[in-house]
Design a protein around this ligand. Structure first.
Ligand SMILES: [Cu+2]
Length: 159
């Protein structure tokens, strides 16, 4: 009990210093990405984006220097088949968080320019229709450490 409380406290302190915030209240946590597989041209990244502004905002652009294209995807699983689809108009409702996590919504890094290697960090910038943007710092984690529900064998049906 005590050790898990301490672990949680450490995590909270860590995320508090790692938050990036735009001037009108859209924030993003620091994020993470699993190591990319050898020769892989796509990668995945996760972060939590919070809308503390008073209005709904729409994500209009995603970018990162590690990939030629970044998209927001939803993942679902039915009858053992994993499906991913691009979120066409991602909206963030005021007061809500959009939590990206394995097995669910994620940033898709398409056209990786270099392999994602454990310990490396890279920025991922989210731009909104209001013109503002926030940048999440993404840390690459060892592929074996990712939660069990995230299959590294997952293939994407990208062009
Ligand atoms: Cu995807």
């Amino acid at each position: 009990m005590r050790s898990s409380f301490l672990a949680m406290t450490g995590l909270l302190v860590f995320s508090a210093v790692a938050l990036a915030q735009s001037h009108t209240g859209i924030m993003t946590s620091a994020g993470w990405a699993p190591e990319s597989l050898a020769g892989a041209k796509t990668g995945i990244a996760y972060a939590t984006v919070m809308n503390h502004s008073g209005k709904t905002v729409e994500i209009t652009a995603l970018s990162s220097p590690v990939a030629s294209t970044v998209e927001l995807h939803d993942q679902s699983q039915k009858d053992g088949v994993v499906t991913m689809r691009r979120v066409e108009v991602p909206r963030l409702i005021p007061g809500k968080s959009m939590k990206l996590k394995p097995g669910g919504r994620h940033f898709m890094l398409i056209g990786l320019k270099e392999p994602l290697i454990e310990g490396q960090t890279f920025p991922l910038t989210i731009t909104f229709d209001s013109g503002e943007s926030v940048t999440a710092e993404i840390t690459v984690k060892k592929a074996g450490l990712q939660p069990a529900d995230e299959s590294p064998k997952l293939e994407h049906d990208h062009h």
